[in-house]
Write a protein of this length. Structure first.
Length: 617
């Protein structure tokens, strides 16, 4: 009751304070504050954000805090119930906010059905509708998959993070190209804040059901430290990219940002005091929980401020520009020019930070790890950054040939290097017991086994080439940064699943034998060859709806560029798959030779065995 009251009080106080802040150079967006439907919109946003935070927190606590083998799994059940309530609140808040926006734009009193299609086609309407759908999916998966290992926790957490990403890219993160980096920073900031606040509340709610409350708080405290660092880093980066620091006090957005930063500082301070009193002074978990309740209050205040902050317009600093590939043709200099991309940076951080942290854990334990695996994994991250955060990534929006370089690298080269880094084996060696058990349960669950079935993986890897590039889907995905990011994520995941099945050094009891992998390699080579032939010799421009909107100041022949893209896909695809085939064959023959050598040694030992039943003289 104390936790609920402090969180709600903080959120309401944040809304009230935000409404009283001065408005200056950067005015609020239309319908941000005021009477009538806009008040409902702000309150609905608080419900939506609170539900998202609760969903993320409940699933995170089930994965990270509840110790394996807890009596009756009561702690896990309570975490999942918390997550279900959060998912329902998230969907309810999104639906209420959609209705509030609908009422705001209706020309007459009430809800005008004629404006609904336009609302759902607009960014704000489609974003809220997508969150309603995601929340329904999350609720269903949490309920249906609860008895199936750790699938419910994993699916719920993934749904929550997806919902946060959708919300971010439907707000300030989708303003324009110059704010794409700020959008990535906001996404990091919000996801980390949701994990911190939601995990904290869920952890304290399940403390009575844990066998060691102090150990549970300490486990979450280690995770909360990294979340707080990500919250601070993402918030500072977004604030600098989207605002002129010298003019923060001249706008409502600036005052909101200052107030939210103060609330987060208060939460971090109380968290530090509580953890210090527990670890150093030896206070009980109950005593520390009273201080942590204040931490929850500050976080609730930050959520309330964030609800209004998302409706206020930032004052972008002057000179915020990014590389423009339309101004000059590609060259060695322009292709090597840095052009930071939020998806590339975020993906690299998500990949490399846990891997390096695991390596440091092994080093502290004085355990060894093959250097070749580390080099391969870091090499994959470097290649990913080279094709997303340089001129290659910038020209990928303008030229199909540059896009194909990026595609082949992310879909084939990067996954091979990441898979050879054996990230699953490293995680299983370094994770704490509960997360390790959750990871093992997820990899052995029926949904994951179905998705990673060789036939399913090969189909997704090959069929997506034709489903994306030979349909209007390609132009639709290229039209928005969120769509482009989804496409790149799809390429990376399907490539990783395909090459993990073929080359993976991580243990997998369901991986097909070497002879059984050969048809999958052949299918991939045939598909890439057919795809490349169409590009090279085709007379219809792929993605014309998108590329016709790109008007570079330098001359370009779309068909010639498409032919070049086909040559790149053909050459890279065949070269990579030939290398994979050689790799599989070499490992197959080596394993066969080792098996035969072991049989010969066993036969020689059997023949050389002395007769122990000789008669005694």
């Amino acid at each position: 009751m104390l936790l609920a009251s402090t969180a709600v009080t903080g959120a309401v106080l944040g809304v009230i304070l935000a409404s009283a802040l001065p408005d200056g150079a950067a005015s609020a967006l239309p319908g941000a504050l005021g009477d009538g439907p806009t008040t409902l919109r702000v309150l609905a946003r608080v419900i939506r954000l609170g539900g998202l935070i609760t969903l993320v927190g409940g699933t995170l606590a089930a994965i990270w805090v509840i110790e394996p083998g807890a009596p009756g799994l009561r702690g896990r059940d309570r975490c999942l119930r918390i997550a279900v309530l959060g998912a329902i609140g998230w969907g309810t808040g999104a639906a209420l906010e959609l209705v509030a926006v609908w009422a705001t734009i209706s020309p007459s009193t009430g809800l005008d059905s004629e404006v609904l299609p336009a609302l759902l086609n607009a960014r704000v309407g489609s974003t809220l509708a997508a969150q309603v759908l995601l929340s329904a999916i999350a609720t269903a998966m949490l309920i249906v998959l609860a008895p199936v290992g750790t699938s419910a926790e994993a699916s719920g957490l993934a749904s929550g993070i997806a919902g946060i990403s959708v919300a971010v890219y439907g707000g300030h993160g989708a303003l324009d190209a110059a704010h794409q980096l700020a959008g990535a920073a906001i996404a990091l900031h919000v996801i980390a804040a949701a994990m911190w606040a939601g995990g904290l509340v869920a952890t304290l709610l399940v403390l009575p059901l844990t066998t060691d409350a102090t150990a549970a708080i300490r486990r979450f405290g280690a995770l909360a430290l990294y979340c707080a660092m990500a919250v601070a880093g993402g918030g500072i980066a977004a604030g600098v990219l989207m605002n002129d620091p010298a003019r923060l006090t001249e706008s409502r957005y600036g005052w909101l940002l200052i107030a939210k930063a103060a609330a987060l500082v208060g939460a971090i301070s109380l968290a530090w005091i509580a953890r210090r009193r527990m670890v150093i002074s030896g206070d009980s978990a109950a005593s520390a929980a009273r201080i942590v309740a204040g931490e929850v209050g500050f976080l609730g205040l930050a959520v309330g401020l964030a609800a209004v902050l998302a409706q206020s317009a930032p004052a972008a600093p002057p000179g915020l520009t990014t590389m423009d590939p339309l101004l000059q043709p590609p060259s060695a200099v322009t292709l090597a020019t840095l052009a930071p991309d939020p998806w590339g940076i975020a993906t690299a951080v998500i990949l490399v930070v846990p891997y390096v942290a695991a390596l440091l854990t092994l080093r502290r334990r004085r355990d060894s790890w093959p250097m070749g695996r580390t080099v391969a994994f870091i090499g994959g991250v470097v290649v990913l950054l080279l094709v997303t955060c340089t001129g290659v990534g910038a020209y990928a929006d303008v030229l199909l040939s540059a896009h194909m370089v990026q595609h082949m690298a992310i879909n084939m080269v990067v996954p091979i290097l990441l898979v050879l880094g054996a990230p699953l084996s490293l995680a299983l060696r370094t994770l704490p017991p509960r997360p390790r058990a959750s990871l093992l349960g997820a990899t052995r669950s029926r949904p994951i086994r179905v998705l990673l079935h060789p036939v399913v993986v090969t189909t997704l890897f090959t069929a997506s080439l034709f489903a994306i590039y030979f349909t209007p889907v390609f132009a639709d995905l290229m039209a928005t940064h969120a769509g482009h990011s989804f496409m790149l994520t799809h390429f990376l995941i399907t490539g990783a699943a395909f090459f993990w099945m073929l080359l993976g050094v991580d243990p997998d009891p369901h991986r097909p034998s070497a002879p059984a992998r050969l048809p999958h390699i052949a299918a991939s080579m045939i598909a890439h060859t057919g795809f490349a032939v169409v590009l090279v010799f085709g007379s219809t421009v792929i993605g014309l709806e998108w590329f016709s909107l790109q008007a570079p100041l330098w001359a370009v022949s779309r068909l010639e560029d498409q032919s070049l893209a086909g040559g790149i896909a053909w050459g890279v695809g065949e070269f990579v798959m030939a290398g994979v085939l050689i790799f599989v064959l070499v490992r197959w023959f080596s394993a066969t030779e080792r098996t035969e050598a072991a049989r010969r040694r066993q036969g020689r030992r059997a023949h050389a065995k002395p007769d122990t039943h000789s008669p005694v003289s």
